[in-house]
Design a binder for this molecule. Structure first.
Ligand SMILES: [Zn+2]
Length: 272
């Protein structure tokens, strides 16, 4: 090992990036993956990601992205952890429900303990017309962990303006959905659901429940989609809407057609 690489390894060790005893780099198991590699890991470490919502999906998404070494995580949620959240919101514990901290503050503490090299930006607030511009400033990718459709439309429309990708996810009852939206290349959420009023009637976890494993499965797929985008493998991204019912062992990807009237403008009319 040259003097330069020894010095560099010493610097990595000081930053907590390599194992003290065996000199195994922190992200070794991702770097070994053919689809990520050392180059992909470097890209991940430079990325700035917004995790929108810190409930069941946001818990797993934020902890996996933090442990993957994403450069900056902006995490946003308005609420505080409650006891009935704990069955699926795996980032929090009973102490968090007593601490008086918001989910964003409690999450920032847990994420910082998991990986102190990641810059965590907790934001206590809601996603809406007043906040969406600031929340998405300087962001490379948005990962959806929201629990309401109107906030998702704000995110969808903003990422189309910015031209940054967005990984939509949702889970209710035993069913989960994931769709990856890449502006200019894929249909968007408005192509999937053109009528916000029709979507407002969809069942919600607060009334019909949600299987914790369905939520974490969705979040796991979303993190995989996020990593594909962060390492630059857009061609590997999910094409269409993933629909999975964990209880009934049904998994399929439904095609989503671009809406010719949609603002995302990915519809290309076929030649006559
Ligand atoms: Zn669209």
């Amino acid at each position: 090992m040259s003097r330069e690489s020894r010095a560099s390894r010493g610097e990595e060790r000081r930053k907590g990036q390599v194992n003290m005893a065996q000199d195994i780099p922190r992200y070794n198991r991702h770097e070994l993956l053919r689809v990520i590699g050392e180059e992909g890991q470097k890209r991940i470490e430079k990325a700035r990601v917004l995790v929108a919502g810190l409930g069941a999906l946001g818990s797993l998404i934020s902890i996996l992205l933090a442990r993957a070494g994403v450069g900056m995580l902006r995490i946003v949620d308005l609420d505080a952890p409650e006891l009935h959240n704990l069955h699926r919101q795996i980032l929090y514990d009973e102490e968090d429900t007593r601490s008086g901290l918001s989910k964003a503050q409690a999450a920032a503490q847990h994420l910082g303990r998991a990986n102190s090299t990641v810059q965590i930006e907790p934001v206590v607030g809601a996603i809406g017309p007043e906040s969406i511009a600031e929340l998405t400033t300087g962001i490379d990718l948005v990962v959806d962990a929201l629990d309401n459709i109107s906030a998702r439309y704000f995110v969808n429309d903003r990422i189309l303006e910015l031209g940054i990708p967005y990984v939509f996810g949702g889970a209710v009852e035993t069913v989960g959905n994931v769709m990856t939206i890449i502006p200019g290349k894929t249909p968007c959420l408005r192509c999937l659901w053109p009528d916000p009023y029709a979507v407002a009637d969809h069942p919600r976890a607060s009334t019909v429940g949600v299987l914790s494993a369905a939520a974490t499965a969705v979040a796991s797929v979303q993190v995989t989609e996020a990593l594909k985008i962060l390492v630059g493998r857009h061609e590997d991204a999910l094409a269409g809407l993933l629909v999975m019912d964990l209880w009934h062992n049904q998994f399929h990807v439904a095609p989503v057609a671009p809406d010719p009237r949609c603002r995302c403008r990915v519809y290309v009319p076929k030649a006559p």
